[in-house]
Design a binder for this molecule. Structure first.
Ligand SMILES: C[S@@+](CC[C@H](N)C(=O)[O-])C[C@H]1O[C@@H](n2cnc3c(N)ncnc32)[C@H](O)[C@@H]1O
Length: 395
């Protein structure tokens, strides 16, 4: 067996029997034990002379395992995790279910999470409680020899990973990220603020405060376009799924038009949805932070509608979405897609596009993809240069 496999196996065995290990993380040397084994945790804290009311972090060695272990995390936070992990960051997360309480110190509602890049421990599935391999307040160990000798002697397993970068993880507070999109660096470290910023905020995000002014300036036909969508949204509609709800402009019109309807709205931007939540009737609306590329909320829906959002997906993503929309619709369900398109005559395009962010396709391509997805009738109900409203129905 390779050294990599040997280390992972020895490490997992040590965790399973309640031992404490010294190991090489991707930053500095660390101490680890079973995250749910009180006796082992107390021993680890004694080695460090750290008070038990001080928090540590839970470490997993695989991002998918971490996401599975924390099912309460909302979609925006999960997406943030996917963009930041694995790597040299410790993420402070909301922990409403009080998971891994031994790692939380005196605040069980906040959990620190680490998913490092440690090839020698790839394949380890045990969630461990981890802390740096030093005395509380002492210097971090970059080499095994810098781990205090009493700690090395007392540990049940000592894994030498050679010389490490020596800078501890960057600690990022993501507890408000789900609701407001806000995050904060609590301790600077191995991963720079610019990298964190690019991962969490790097791409353009709509700002709810200036949205209406901005969109009406960019798209003078905005209100007409919304009316066209509402006009072809059908009759007797009770269950609506809206893709890209934003601040709730389209949702508000649809709820007005269909007094018996309840609407599920999806958008990747938590701040935009917070504005929608403030204006839409709570008893008729359920809003979720999620990407259109993620699984859609379970149907069946009578109507799936989307305005000015699907053009952010590339061609393959649009095709995948159209198939998932078909599956989310009930019999005789209808999909109304109102969006920016590539016009037949390119010189008639009026809307300014941001490369990589706006990715419109032609109406002809989208009608074909809708039919390929299983819609029996797909037609253009309104078109004005680079704006179009398309209606697709199931037989
Ligand atoms: C131009 S706004 C449209 C909002 C609303 N439908 C309207 O017509 O005013 C586009 C919305 O799509 C959301 N969005 C963009 N790409 C997305 C994606 N891949 N998944 C989910 N939402 C996305 C943005 O966050 C934004 O709120």
């Amino acid at each position: 067996m390779s050294l990599v496999g040997e280390h992972a196996e020895a490490f997992e065995r040590c965790m399973r029997v309640g031992g404490v290990a010294v190991f090489a993380a991707d930053t500095v040397y660390g101490l680890a034990c079973d995250a749910d084994e009180r006796v082992a945790v107390e021993r680890l804290y004694r080695f460090k002379r750290r008070r038990l009311d001080k928090p540590s972090a839970v470490m997993l060695f695989d991002v998918a395992l971490a996401l599975t272990a924390l099912p309460e995390l909302g979609e925006a936070t999960r997406e943030g995790l996917r963009r930041l992990l694995p790597g040299g960051v410790t993420l402070l997360l909301p922990n409403p279910a009080k998971r891994f309480p031994l790692a939380c110190g005196d605040d069980p509602t906040t959990l620190g999470l680490r998913v490092p890049v440690v090839p020698a421990l790839a394949g380890v599935r045990w969630p461990v409680l981890q802390s740096s391999a030093n005395r509380a307040g002492g210097p971090d160990a970059r080499e095994l020899s810098e781990v205090p000798a009493p700690i090395r002697r007392a540990a049940d397993l000592v894994l030498d990973g050679g010389r490490l970068p020596g800078t501890p993880s960057t600690v990022i507070d993501l507890r408000a990220y789900e609701d407001s999109g806000e995050w904060r660096i609590v301790r600077e470290g191995a991963v720079s603020a610019a990298v964190v910023d690019a991962a969490l905020d790097g791409r353009y995000r709509f700002d709810p405060a200036g949205y209406m002014d901005m969109i009406r300036e960019d798209i003078p036909a905005y209100d007409r376009f919304q009316d066209e969508l509402t006009e072809v949204s059908g009759a007797d509609v009770e269950r609506v799924l809206e893709l890209g709800t934003g601040t709730g402009e389209t949702a508000a019109r649809l709820l007005d038009r269909h007094p018996r309807a309840r609407l599920v709205g999806v958008d990747e931007n938590a701040a935009m949805l917070a504005a929608a939540r403030a204006r839409l009737p709570a008893d008729r609306t359920s809003l979720r932070v999620a990407r259109l590329q993620d699984p859609l909320p379970p149907g069946p829906f009578d109507l799936v509608a989307s305005a000015l959002c699907v053009h952010h997906l590339d061609g393959a993503e649009k095709r995948s979405l159209f198939a998932r929309v078909r599956d989310a619709l009930g019999p005789r369900g209808r999909f109304v897609l109102a969006d920016v398109v590539v016009p037949e005559d390119a010189t008639t395009a009026r809307i300014e596009l941001t490369p990589g962010f706006d990715r419109p396709d032609s109406v002809a391509d989208q009608l074909r993809w809708l039919r390929d997805a299983g819609f029996s009738r797909a037609r253009v109900s309104w078109c004005d240069a680079d704006l179009a409203v398309v209606v697709a129905e199931l037989a």
